[in-house]
Design a protein around this ligand. Structure first.
Ligand code: ME8
Length: 637
């Protein structure tokens, strides 16, 4: 018989920067659920990926002197390598630059246009370039961007619009008919309020940048992020292509996970697009809370708090980080991340509670029975009490996992762990081990502990897959006894189980030393995880260049084209500083030139080198000037 399917997704992350702990939160949660559902016997499809188009990506690529595709390829690799370090078991990884996706987005756009759901109009408003967003007069904050407080400019552009406003009533009806559609409950109420305050039609194309999927029948437009991004959930499964078996098999998705700031796009725009395409809607949109850092922001800015998931995994292991994220912050709510809280969880929950239980049990089986428990056992009332409460807690755990209450499900497991530790204190196996006539009782106590560990290892496996395996190795349990169904029956572990003590599961961390070490990590280590040596720096050739000519590049609002005297010849360099300089301002100035940069083509012009500039916290860019008395070509060292 075909297995029941379960399709779960994370948002596709913007390829405009590298992942931090916040991104790992949704992905770990989705991974935990995917692993749990696989364990329950579902045919799971777990999708994650990258959102790679848009103006910000285009700009960041330019800033890094890379072609956009090269830039997003690198970022996608960084995300993938973090997912691999964190044990993320995704089934598919979609990138919006995948050819199949782009073709399918074009089909979707055309279909909506042909059905009259998309029409051509004019987009007007105050535009903030870094935020890629238009604002109305009322939305501006003292005439500036309400989000980043930078200057905005009035823009009008021809654009295509999706008739979102026509869907207000249908959406509200749908929410009423399917009360589980938006979860948690509070987010649904926000959506209803939002729709009732009036839905505008949605701008779905842009002409102001190029890095996107071209509108198939009007190529000066590219599709604007949300149609491109949201449709990943169906294009990844082959919608719009000949190879659409997975789409037929898995769609509609069982749940889309995301943080609360993008619930609106998933609960309003996405269902409306699907309705317009005559496709079924996902079964649930789940908007979890934010991982906040000590200053209450979504990204940690302070130095002492290390939030690079790669560094955290390296120092503490992926399972510890996964456990922390799922345990510390009840899913659906905001919660704080700090290195101190993480280390506390590792020391108390993992090293003390779980780690000790495993090592005490395995050590005693080794010590008293040379690693192999004899068959004879004697039960006592304490044992039945332990086993029946464990069986109850398994049920409670299952229902909580099914409703994404990961933290609370883990609390149930930790209740089992603390009951086992208490059982050790009460049965005092070290006393039983002293006299021969108590050996039978000792066997029973240790058997029960091994059996409990078998169950615990299965319950923690969605969250801590590696440590779960390590426990299973220590208690010598076979594969058929670590299935989901097997843990619902007590006493399956064969009597002559062989246990052996392994490496410490979670070494204790000295809080003070660790926090000091973290605080002393250089910002380079924190951001990029590695220092560069002097030999790397020496590869960069910096010279003084004199600007001879400067003119705007016709095809671009951002780029200036320079002719620069480098002491030997006059070379062309293109730089993205048009917003900050009048072309005539820089003529005759001595600047710092990276002279051995591989030439790249920007807007059709080959640029040979890079002009160094600095950017302040407001995003204002100034070129770094070199001493006027220096000859062009002088080495900077
Ligand atoms: O919004 N706490 O991409 P994005 C919790 N491309 N979750 C966090 C987080 C934090 N501090 N920081 C990031 C986009 N996240 C779009 C999505 S989907 C069709 C397109 C997670 O890179 C969380 O899931 O800004 C959040 O919704 C997502 O990353 C935002 O990722």
């Amino acid at each position: 018989m075909d297995k029941k399917t379960f399709y779960i997704t994370t948002p596709i992350y913007y390829a405009s920067g590298n992942p931090h702990v916040g991104h790992t939160y949704s992905t770990v949660a989705a991974d935990v659920l995917a692993r749990f559902k696989r364990m329950q016997g579902y045919d799971v499809m777990f999708l994650t990926g990258m959102d790679e188009h848009g103006q910000k990506v285009e700009q960041n690529a330019q800033k890094n002197h890379k072609a956009p595709q090269v830039y997003v390829d690198e970022i996608a690799e960084n995300f993938k390598s973090i997912w691999s370090a964190m044990g993320i078991s995704y089934d598919k990884f979609i990138r919006t630059t995948d050819l199949n996706h782009k073709k399918a987005v074009q089909k979707i756009f055309k279909k909506l246009y042909d059905k009259g759901e998309i029409y051509k109009g004019k987009y007007k408003g105050w535009y903030c370039t870094p935020c890629e967003a238009y604002f109305t007069d009322a939305q501006l904050n003292e005439g500036k961007c309400p989000d980043c407080r930078r200057e905005v400019k009035w823009m009008e552009e021809e654009a295509y619009f999706f008739k979102l406003s026509a869907y207000a009533g249908k959406l509200i009806n749908y929410y009423e008919k399917f009360p589980q559609f938006i979860q948690p409950e509070g987010r649904k109420n926000e959506m209803i309020q939002f729709i009732k305050s009036g839905l505008d039609d949605l701008c779905v194309s842009r002409t102001s940048f190029k890095w996107g999927v071209p509108v198939p029948f009007d190529e000066k437009h590219v599709t604007y992020v949300w149609i491109d991004a949201l449709s990943n959930y169906i294009t990844a499964q082959g919608y719009g292509s000949e190879n659409d078996e997975d789409f037929k098999k898995y769609w509609p998705a069982d749940v889309h996970f995301m943080a609360k700031e993008i619930v609106r796009f998933h609960a309003v725009i996405w269902p409306a697009i699907l309705m317009a395409l005559d496709l079924p809607l996902p079964k649930q949109i789940y908007g979890h809370g934010w991982v906040l850092f000590e200053d209450g922001s979504k990204m940690s800015k302070s130095k002492g708090n290390v939030i690079d998931p790669k560094i955290l995994c390296k120092r503490y292991g992926a399972d510890a980080l996964r456990y922390f994220l799922m345990r510390e912050i009840p899913f659906g709510m905001d919660g704080l991340f700090s290195n101190e809280a993480l280390i506390k969880r590792i020391n108390f929950d993992l090293a003390n509670d779980l780690g000790n239980l495993v090592s005490r049990t395995a050590t005693m089986v080794e010590k008293y029975f040379e690693g192999k428990l004899p068959a004879a056992q004697k039960s006592a009332p304490l044992d039945t009490e332990l086993t029946s409460s464990i069986m109850e807690l398994i049920k409670s755990y299952e229902s909580k996992m099914n409703s994404f209450k990961f933290s609370s499900a883990l609390s149930d497991v930790w209740l089992i762990i603390s009951k086992c530790n208490k059982y050790i204190d009460e049965t005092m196996p070290w006393q039983l081990g002293k006299s021969k006539d108590k050996l039978e009782r000792l066997t029973a106590v240790l058997y029960n502990l091994c059996e409990a560990l078998r169950i615990i290892s299965v319950l923690i496996s969605p969250v801590m897959p590696e440590k779960s395996k390590a426990i299973q190795t220590q208690i010598g349990v076979s594969q058929d006894l670590i299935t989901w169904n097997s843990i619902k029956t007590w006493g399956l572990l064969p009597a002559e189980v062989k246990a052996r003590k392994g490496d410490t599961l979670f070494p204790r961390i000295d809080m003070q030393t660790e926090l000091e070490e973290l605080a002393n990590l250089s910002p380079d280590v924190i951001e990029k995880e590695s220092f560069i040596g002097i030999e790397d720096f020496a590869k960069v050739k910096l010279i003084v260049g004199k600007i001879k000519e400067c003119e705007p590049l016709k095809k671009s609002k951002k780029l200036l084209k320079f002719l620069i005297d480098d002491g030997q010849t006059q070379r062309t360099v293109v730089s993205g500083i048009a917003e900050f300089y009048d072309p005539s301002e820089l003529i005759g100035k001595n600047i710092v030139l990276v002279s051995n940069l591989k030439p790249v083509k920007l807007c059709g012009v080959e640029s040979s080198g890079m002009i160094l500039a600095s950017e302040d916290s407001q995003g204002k860019v100034k070129v770094i000037l070199a001493n006027e008395s220096m000859e062009p070509g002088s080495k900077i060292s």
